[in-house]
Ligand binder design. Structure first.
Ligand code: CTP
Length: 406
């Protein structure tokens, strides 16, 4: 017996014209068994692969296909009402055609119009032939959908209806139901945390700094800024007023976040000082500790023998904040260590007068610069310590906020 993990949930299931549409019958059955109300929306092409009667019988609701009602009975706002009714919208299978429409806001069928009118999260499970899936147009559409916050379930690898072997198989219905269940738990948790930081000001620093040697050379490090940007987005999602002081990165500014771009450690120091009165500081940036004493005004030409660079210390931005910490302010540092990791991190926490330090161990798998994932240890001022598992950086950001906000 399947546990009723979707009890009382309202699901919109979009089914599109892929051979995998036959799997939608099993998907509807599993969702219903788990306690969900399921409204199926089919594209006209999907109805050529599986009769609406099958999905309508299994879901115990009339399957909707056309946006315009047949009998013009005044039910024109159905797509809007359904969009408000649903807790989650899943499109499985999602064809290249429907993905393209969703990516560009088309609303020519009941499915696409409802997707545009929905406030709930959208999850898509692409299913198509290998080359269609890997085509740059499809990949770009998926990227665009991800940038709107749509979750893409990666298709499996295996034998396809065309006889080819490749990527493009729709995930099995059991796996989709498992993900839907998990996602609804995440949605509930994020609804609870939505106002946790309302009225609070949060400063996040991110990325590397660049210290110029001459107009064409610089001292920097491989930080991509991903962890800091994830924290800024997560804090904003919890209602905070977020200022992101960023070194050079290729990342897009998270929606709703105020970004201040800087290049050098000095510039970062000045920008942080301007906002030093915030409630929370997350100093994620990988600040260069040294900068050339002089920046040559023109390119240094190479010569016989070695070149000696003379460097001086940059300001310790976090230590300055620690010295002037105001009542109730929470300072969180990040430490990148390779040896004696715990002792070094603890020492930094005390020396810089921090409340928390997040320790990255460069030698741990899944941690460090540029990875989509991170593995960190959290140390609190009172000596409490917690090792987090390897997680995507956004999940690490959420976990850090959960702990720091208590
Ligand atoms: N930090 C800072 N200003 C600096 C250097 C570091 O604010 N000039 C901050 C980092 O953003 C991080 C914390 O201090 O939050 C620890 O950084 P890390 O580079 O690990 O430590 P350092 O203080 O530079 O010490 P060490 O070089 O001895 O490891």
């Amino acid at each position: 017996m399947m546990p009723a993990t979707l009890n009382g949930r309202n699901l919109l299931l979009g089914v599109t014209g892929s051979i995998a549409a036959y799997k939608a019958a099993e998907l509807v059955r599993l969702c219903k068994k788990a306690g969900a109300e399921v409204q199926v929306l089919m594209t006209p092409d999907a109805a050529r692969f599986i009769p609406p009667l099958t999905l309508g019988t299994l879901s115990e609701r009339e399957v909707l296909v056309e946006i315009f009602p047949e009998n013009e009975d005044g039910s024109w706002t159905k797509h809007v009402n359904l969009g408000l009714w649903a807790d989650l919208f899943v499109v499985a299978p999602a064809t290249a055609q429907t993905l393209a429409k969703l990516a560009y806001g088309f609303c020519d069928t009941m499915l696409t119009a409802t997707a545009l009118a929905s406030r709930c999260p959208l999850l898509v499970a692409p299913a198509m032939d290998h080359d269609m899936y890997l085509h740059p147009a499809t990949q770009a559409n998926l990227e665009r959908l991800r940038s709107f916050g749509v979750e893409v379930m990666e298709p499996g690898y295996g034998e396809l209806a065309s006889g080819l072997v490749g990527h493009g198989r729709m995930p099995e219905p059991e796996a989709i139901v498992a993900r839907l269940t998990e996602k609804l738990v995440e949605i509930d948790a994020s609804a609870e945390r939505k106002d946790q930081l309302t009225g609070k000001r949060v400063l996040v620093t991110a990325g590397p700094t660049r210290e110029p040697i001459d107009p064409v050379r610089l001292i920097t490090n491989p930080s991509t800024g991903t962890m800091g940007y994830a924290l800024a987005a997560a804090a904003h999602a919890r209602g905070a007023d977020v200022i992101l002081v960023s070194g050079p990165t290729n990342l897009a500014t998270p929606t709703g976040v105020t970004r201040i771009d800087v290049t050098t450690a000095e510039e970062m120091h000045a920008a942080v000082q301007q906002h030093a009165d915030v409630d929370y500081v997350f100093m994620v940036a990988a600040v260069a500790d040294y900068t050339p004493i002089e920046t040559a005004p023109s390119k240094i030409k190479k010569d016989e023998g070695d070149l000696t660079l003379r460097l001086r210390r940059t300001p310790d931005i976090l230590a300055t904040l620690g010295k002037n910490k105001h009542n109730g302010q929470v300072l969180v540092g990040f430490a990148m260590e390779t040896d004696d990791v715990l002792a070094n991190a603890q020492r930094k926490l005390e020396k810089k007068n921090l409340d928390w330090i997040v320790l990255n161990n460069l030698h741990e798998q899944g941690a460090g610069f540029g990875n989509g994932t991170n593995r960190v240890t959290l140390l609190r001022r009172d000596g409490h310590r917690e090792d987090l598992p390897v997680l995507p950086k956004r999940a690490v950001a959420e976990a850090i906020l959960d702990r720091v906000l208590g």
